[in-house]
Ligand binder design. Structure first.
Ligand SMILES: O=C(CO)[C@H](O)[C@H](O)COP(=O)(O)O
Length: 225
């Protein structure tokens, strides 16, 4: 079965967590797309929810599908958030941010009672780091952070869109770094990266995930913490 179908299988399983009256966090990316599409159908059939979007792209799609999108400030707290991931390991640790929405995604996950991650089978890994870890940086500091991360042996590459720097929804930059060979433990790495002034957030999601749903062939495999 194709990755696209596996994404859909995982998304359709995840939306079973959503009930009327809930406030729901909507993730970003091609897997989250199927979840948002399914919620749009459920809303047409009478489901009543409020939703917080993790990106402008997700907000646009959700609004188009008739989902009631509110701000995080209005929501205050979310019942459940469903989002994709670039990599997920056996300990529910993630790399996220391939789609550039890691900052809002991490804020929404932090403010959610339950975090459900959906992915196709290629995202399930024994060790994080084949996928380059995205780091969101303030443009004023980006070039100096590039040098600092290079000195740490993390081979940073600034993400580009054509010949211009890629910009996040918050108008920040993204540096993609190579953590595969680093001997720094992931929690320490997260702390070290976050301690560099100008680093806004990293794509390491180490503790927020409660449920992982992986599409494997026709089947949705559910793992709970
Ligand atoms: O973190 C993300 C966006 O910032 C996405 O969840 C991640 O990149 C996975 O995307 P996709 O479902 O398209 O593979």
């Amino acid at each position: 079965m194709s990755a696209v179908n596996e994404k859909k299988v995982a998304a359709l399983e995840a939306v079973k967590y959503i009930k009327s009256g809930m406030t729901v966090g909507l993730g970003t990316g091609s897997t989250a797309f199927f979840m948002i599409e399914a919620i749009g159908e459920m809303v047409k059939n009478g489901l009543q929810i409020k939703a917080v979007a993790t990106s402008n792209e997700t907000e646009k799609l959700a609004t188009k599908l008739g989902i009631n999108v509110i701000t995080l400030a209005e929501a205050k707290r979310l019942d459940v958030t469903i989002d994709g991931a670039d990599e997920v390991d056996e300990d529910f640790q993630l790399i996220k941010g391939g789609g550039g929405a890691l900052l809002r995604e991490k804020i929404v996950a932090h403010n959610s009672d339950l975090n459900v991650i959906i992915a196709d089978s290629s995202k399930s890994v024994a060790k994080l780091g084949k996928f380059k870890l995205p780091i969101e940086t303030i443009p004023f500091a980006t070039q100096l952070i590039l040098k600092e991360l290079d000195d740490m042996g993390l081979s940073p590459v600034q993400r580009m869109k054509g010949d211009k720097a890629y910009k996040t929804d918050e108008n920040n930059d993204i540096l993609d770094i190579d953590i595969w060979d680093t001997e720094i433990e992931l929690n320490d790495l997260e702390q070290q990266l976050k301690s560099i002034p100008g680093v806004v957030e990293t794509g390491l999601f180490l503790t927020s995930t409660n449920v992982v749903i992986i599409g494997i062939g026709e089947e949705a495999v559910i793992k709970k913490k």
